[in-house]
Structure formats: structure tokens, C-alpha cells
Write a protein that binds this ligand. Structure first.
Ligand code: SAM
Ligand code: CA
Length: 250
């Protein structure tokens, strides 16, 4: 987990007070998870895509991509819920997309949206080689109008088994307003980065990167809104940068 800049070493951690143990007490423990459980079982195409993304010319190359442990988690989750009809908002080079495509059945579908096609096309040859590209319907452009169109259309209500949201954090609330209609009852929406680099608990004067500071309040508002939404059950997991699972119940 990212350091939240609070000098937490000097304070007794909350989880110790209540007798629980945080899973990620150190980088070494995270490395242990990766080396023991994740990397040895990472499908070859995901490894290839991860390595290709690490060489991405953007400085954000590695920051943007889903981590290998979260990819493994998504892959497992999708199998557990037997997801078939899925959606992804925020594709980048496609690591979480590939984790999804490998998990769903051969006739499963992923409606994948991103404003940038170039990055998707960078990873596409790996996805094609893995034999799962036929499951993907990629749409270039902002996701919100596509969601609005689907709502207006009527026939997509309650049709998605799983939606992974990993794009512009200032729109998550807007996505949620639409996705709650589009996901089926019993289906799951996963919102990524809900711990936002640990910044959700950073004091006001903490030295945060500009983009972390900018989106922080949106993430905090989202977390409050999800916790107060009676139409869903929620579970916030400290995987990757935090992922909140929302199961639609009404
Ligand atoms: N899930 C990806 C992965 O596993 O590598 C990472 C996604 S990256 C963190 C966020 C992506 O959201 C970027 O590729 C960006 O182009 C895209 N994005 C930003 N605003 C968007 C919007 N309004 N609609 C769709 N995609 C958007
Ligand atoms: Ca993410």
C-alpha cells in the first residue's frame, strides 16, 4: 500500500488495537504475495502484457496499469460469479481487460471503453494471440454518453453481470448513477482506486502529487455515497490501490 504521509510508524495502528492484522504491513510482504501466489500463476499473455506496459513511453506507464495481484483477483472474482456479460470503463493497455477476457466463457462479452485507442492497440496483439479478442467490443471515446445511450435504449437495463470502473475519478459518481440501472440485481460493480494512493486519510497539508490532490475529494465523496447507497451491498478491499465491490440488491 502507498504511504499516506502521516508518519504512521509512530502511532499504534488501528488494526492492532482491535486485534486484527493488516495484510500489507510492508513492501516485503507485498513482494511475498507477488512472488508466491501471483507471478507463478500469472497466465503467460498477462505477463507479456504487463512487461510490454512497463516499457510504455508515458511516465505513467506503470502507474496506470492494474497490478498483477489485482489482475489475479479480478480473474478469480469473475469466475466465482460466473460473469458473462461485462463492461470495463478505462482500458489503457488492457491488463484488467485481459484478466476479464480470460475469465469469462468463450461466448462472454466485454464492452470496453476508453478515450484513447492507441494504448488499447498497443496491448491488442497480446490479447489477440491469447485468443480472446473476439469477446471485446472496444469503443473509443468518453464512457458517459455510451452509458446514457444504453439507458435511453431501454434494452440494456439489468443486463451486466460485472462492471469494472477504472477511469476518470471525477466521474465515478456519474457512472454509478447509470451503472446501478445497467448492472443486473446480484451483479457487481467494481470501483478501482478507492483508497487513492492512501490520500483519503492524508491530512490537508500532506505533500500530495497534483493529480492525487485533485481527484482525492471526488474519491472521498464516492466512498461516502457508496456507503450510503441502500441499493447495493459493498466491500472495500485493500487490493492494489483499493477496490470497492458493489453488489446490486435492488
Ligand atoms: N484498467 C486499466 C488497466 O488495467 O491497465 C487502467 C486504466 S487507466 C488507470 C485509466 C484509463 O481511463 C486511461 O486509459 C484513460 O484514457 C481512460 N479514461 C479517462 N477518462 C475517460 C472517460 N471519460 N471515458 C473513458 N475512458 C477514460
Ligand atoms: Ca486503477
Amino acid at each position: 500500500m502507498a504511504n499516506n504521509g502521516q508518519g504512521e510508524q509512530n502511532q499504534p495502528a488501528k488494526h492492532q488495537e482491535v486485534g486484527h492484522k493488516s495484510l500489507l504491513q510492508s513492501d516485503a510482504l507485498y513482494q511475498y504475495i507477488l512472488e508466491t501466489s501471483v507471478y507463478p500463476r500469472e497466465p503467460e499473455p498477462m505477463k507479456e502484457l504487463r512487461e510490454l506496459t512497463a516499457k510504455h513511453p508515458w511516465w505513467v506507464g506503470n502507474l496506470m496499469t492494474t497490478s498483477a495481484d489485482e489482475g489475479q483477483f479480478l480473474n478469480m472474482l469473475l469466475k466465482l460469479i460466473n460473469a458473462k456479460n461485462t463492461m470495463e470503463i478505462g482500458v489503457y493497455t488492457g491488463y484488467s481487460l485481459l484478466a476479464t477476457a480470460l475469465a469469462i466463457p468463450d461466448d462472454g462479452k466485454i464492452l470496453a471503453m476508453d478515450i484513447n485507442r492507441e494504448n488499447y492497440e498497443l496491448g491488442l496483439p497480446v490479447i489477440e494471440k491469447a485468443g480472446v479478442a473476439h469477446k471485446i467490443d472496444f469503443r473509443e471515446g468518453p464512457a458517459l454518453p455510451v452509458l446514457d445511450q444504453m439507458i435511453e435504449d431501454g434494452k440494456y437495463h439489468g443486463t451486466f453481470d460485472f462492471v469494472f470502473v477504472d477511469a476518470d475519478k471525477d466521474n465515478y459518481i456519474n457512472y454509478h448513477k447509470r451503472l446501478i440501472d445497467l448492472v443486473k440485481i446480484g451483479g457487481v460493480i467494481g470501483y478501482d482506486n478507492t483508497l487513492w494512493n492512501g490520500s483519503v486519510v492524508a491530512p490537508p497539508d500532506a505533500p500530495l502529487r497534483k493529480y492525487v490532490r485533485y481527484y482525492r475529494d471526488f474519491v472521498i465523496e464516492l466512498n461516502k455515497a457508496l456507503a450510503a447507497d441502500p441499493r447495493i451491498e459493498i466491500c472495500m478491499l485493500p487490493v492494489g490501490d483499493g477496490v470497492t465491490l458493489c453488489r446490486r440488491i435492488s
